[in-house]
Ligand binder design. Structure first.
Ligand SMILES: Nc1ncnc2c1ncn2[C@@H]1O[C@H](COP(=O)(O)OP(=O)(O)OP(=O)(O)O)[C@@H](O)[C@H]1O
Length: 354
């Protein structure tokens, strides 16, 4: 399996990029970079994505997400810093070596599906394999299998325009899966879909990946989507990653006023799970059905409103971890996020003002 590590990554668009990195390292701000006629799209980004992890990069328009993801697969060359794929720095690779790395290790799913209108669904799903020179029979076999994984069995001979938006994106996902790379890069992959379909696709991705265990790097500007999908979320603002953490960490310990303001309206009951408020206890109270530790608090409301008693919580092996009490649920939901600081109200829109 493949892991991805990013170290002190910068991307400056405009004149004298290397000099501007040096100035940023010395403490220059975005204003200074702008005054020099350039844009600092990604500034000093460092993180590691583990094998099988879903890592979401979240930020508003212009915060640098697309630039970042394009450096991860070598579509853009960083101004400085390193991108290590399986420990190998890809930033100095030749174009053919990069192409080979992408074909073997990383597939991308795009926002607008990027399907070929005159190819069938099957041919679209097999496209990544075709450019790799795989035999026709193998392409068809893997493409069929990938289409069936995303629920499109029976649609192989149709054309993209005969499909709904959600189905088209399933073809996009199938194409990435058929290529059988360990890493999936998903750039606003569900952003063009209607809210209901978007949620269905999120569910499908979560279910699929519970089986497939791919490493997924998912870009979105939708905070709820980030919190739903990410094992960890990186919050980007004006080119910088301002916090990396689990959804719970970001909600409960926002790194700064900006993040605190951003997460203020998140439905905490859907993000926070029983695991975060379980009170350790070796045995379950008798007669109460246990819930898994990843149960969102919202799913406990009906039960607790009928009978206000502690609910036992178990891990994946059905071992008792402890109990969740109604009082603990209330307390977690009412928790105040740190106040937004002294007169310096963190304007969320500022993020796009790079
Ligand atoms: N090729 C380019 N030349 C100059 N500036 C660029 C280029 N690509 C991106 N930028 C600038 O870099 C900054 C980051 O852009 P980027 O597209 O990475 O952000 P984003 O978070 O993906 O936003 P969006 O969701 O709107 O695509 C923006 O100010 C953008 O205008």
């Amino acid at each position: 399996m493949t892991s991805v590590r990013v170290e002190r990554l910068y991307k400056i668009f405009g004149p004298q990029p290397t000099e501007l990195v040096r100035r940023l390292e010395a403490g220059a701000d975005q204003e200074e970079i702008k005054a020099a006629g350039a844009t600092a799209a990604v500034v000093d980004a460092s993180f590691e994505v583990g094998e099988g992890e879903t890592f979401v990069v979240m930020g508003l328009s212009g915060s640098g997400k697309s630039t970042l993801i394009r450096m991860l697969n070598g579509l853009l060359t960083p101004t400085s810093g390193q991108v290590l794929v399986d420990g190998e720095d890809i930033t100095g690779m030749s174009a053919p070596a990069l192409r080979a790395m992408r074909q073997q290790k990383m597939s991308m799913v795009f926002q607008h599906f990027a399907l070929f209108p005159h190819r069938t669904v099957l041919d679209n799903a097999g496209y990544g394999l075709q450019i790799r020179g795989t035999s026709k029979s193998e392409i068809n076999e893997q493409a069929r299998e990938a289409l069936s994984l995303v629920g499109l069995e029976g649609w192989e001979e149709r054309y993209p325009q005969q499909l709904s938006g959600g189905m088209r994106q399933r073809v996009g996902l199938a194409r990435a899966l058929a290529a059988q790379t360990d890493v999936l890069l998903m750039d606003e992959a569900f952003s063009a879909l209607d809210p209901l379909i978007k949620r269905e696709m999120q569910d499908q991705l979560l279910n699929l990946n519970a089986k497939l265990g791919k490493t997924i790097i998912f870009i979105t500007h939708d905070l709820n989507e980030a919190m739903r999908l990410g094992d960890r979320v990186a919050m980007m603002r004006a080119g910088r990653i301002v916090q990396v953490g689990t959804a719970e960490q970001i909600l409960n310990e926002p790194a700064d006023d900006y993040v605190a303001t951003f997460v203020k309206d998140v439905d905490r009951s859907r993000v926070l799970t029983a695991a975060s408020i379980v009170e350790p206890q070796a045995t379950a109270p008798p007669g109460e059905d246990p819930v898994p530790s990843d149960t969102p608090m919202a799913d406990l409301f009906t039960r607790m409103s009928a009978r206000a008693v502690p609910v036992p919580v178990v891990d994946e092996q059905q071992r008792v971890l402890g109990v969740v009490t109604p009082a603990a649920v209330f307390k977690a939901l009412c928790r105040e996020v740190p106040a937004v600081g002294d007169g310096e109200h963190a304007e969320i829109e500022e993020a796009s003002d790079v």
